[in-house]
Design a protein around this ligand. Structure first.
Ligand code: CP
Ligand code: NVA
Length: 297
């Protein structure tokens, strides 16, 4: 049984095949190929979402399937029914599950007990669907990620930065991650990652200098509400014009969104790079159609 729980578990070939398949889905948006015909997928979301929910609902529909959106508050799960019971019920009625939640272990449990494909729609540890859309955007604009310098500025140990590090490990591009020391990935993680092409710094200019792609994300991820004191450490990591001055001439800026202007990115930088950022957002749909088709086989 195939799942998409992490970027970590994927092979380089699976990642590039999915990106190429996403590009094909984008070329023919209304393909007559309906791999989800007759299927019903469930979506369990424990956190807010605009792009992920929208792109999955539209994506399942365009592939010929039906989707049921389930919020935890409406399920007995919210009243303490264990995942292993919920998953066994869902596995007997649904063809796949798309889950946004906090703990990665919850996804693993759904996959184990449900015995149907499970897609990670964001956890505290990874955001694999977003990375596939980001890779597609880079391929479209720069031709390839090969030989490119990719920078990530912001929280160095969040779902987005972790998924980026695994993508760099598998695909071999140079990734420089700039983050305040306190929010850098711990040594135990870097040992497990074991990727000499991933460099960590607390000097944002080291990451952006000569970079081809510059990524950022919110300083406070969902679930970190109330930790606003964290933001004080990030002020020099704001993506502004000064930080982009030494980037390569044809650099692009990516932001998975939602963006907080005046915090991780300035209004000027976001609007100047809105073309690549909203192309990236649209690519969620095409990337996830590729994932759904891959898992439905
Ligand atoms: N980038 C992203 O996952 O957006 P949503 O939180 O709106 O789904
Ligand atoms: N790191 C962010 C990503 C949002 C798409 C969060 O988890 O809130």
């Amino acid at each position: 049984m195939k799942h998409l729980l992490t970027i970590e578990e994927q092979t380089p070939k699976t990642l590039s095949d999915l990106v190429n398949s996403a590009a094909d889905f984008k070329l023919i948006r209304d393909s007559h190929d309906k791999p989800l015909e007759g299927q019903t997928w469930g979506m369990i979301f424990n956190k807010a979402s605009t792009r992920t929910r929208l792109s999955f609902e539209v994506g399942v529909h365009e592939l010929g399937g039906k989707v049921i959106f389930l919020s935890t508050n409406d399920l007995q799960l919210g009243r303490g029914e264990p995942i292993k019971d919920t998953a066994r019920v869902m596995g007997r009625m649904l063809h796949g599950l798309i889950i946004r939640t906090f703990a990665q272990q919850d996804l693993i449990d759904f996959a184990e007990w449900g015995k149907i494909p499970v897609i990670n729609a964001l956890t505290d540890e990874e955001h694999p669907c977003q990375i596939l859309a980001d890779l597609l955007t880079i391929q479209e604009i720069h031709g390839s990620w090969e030989g490119k310098k990719i920078a990530f500025i912001g929280d160095g140990y969040s779902n987005m930065s972790i998924s980026w590090m695994w993508a760099a490990k598998h695909l071999g591009f140079e990734l420089v991650l700039a983050s305040p020391k306190r929010y850098q990935p711990p040594a135990s993680f870097l040992e497990r990652l074991d990727a000499p092409n991933v460099r960590i710094t607390d000097i944002p200019l080291e990451a952006t200098s000569n970079a081809d792609v510059i990524n950022t994300d919110v300083w406070l991820s969902m679930g970190q509400e109330g930790q606003e004191e964290k933001e004080a450490l990030f002020h020099s990591f704001q993506l502004n014009e000064l930080l982009l001055k030494q980037a390569n001439k044809d650099h692009i800026v990516l932001h998975c969104l939602p963006a907080y202007r005046g915090k991780e990115i300035t209004e000027e930088v976001l609007e100047h790079h809105s073309e690549s950022i909203f192309q990236q957002a649209e690519n969620r749909l095409h990337a996830q159609k590729a994932v759904l088709a891959w898992l439905s086989i």
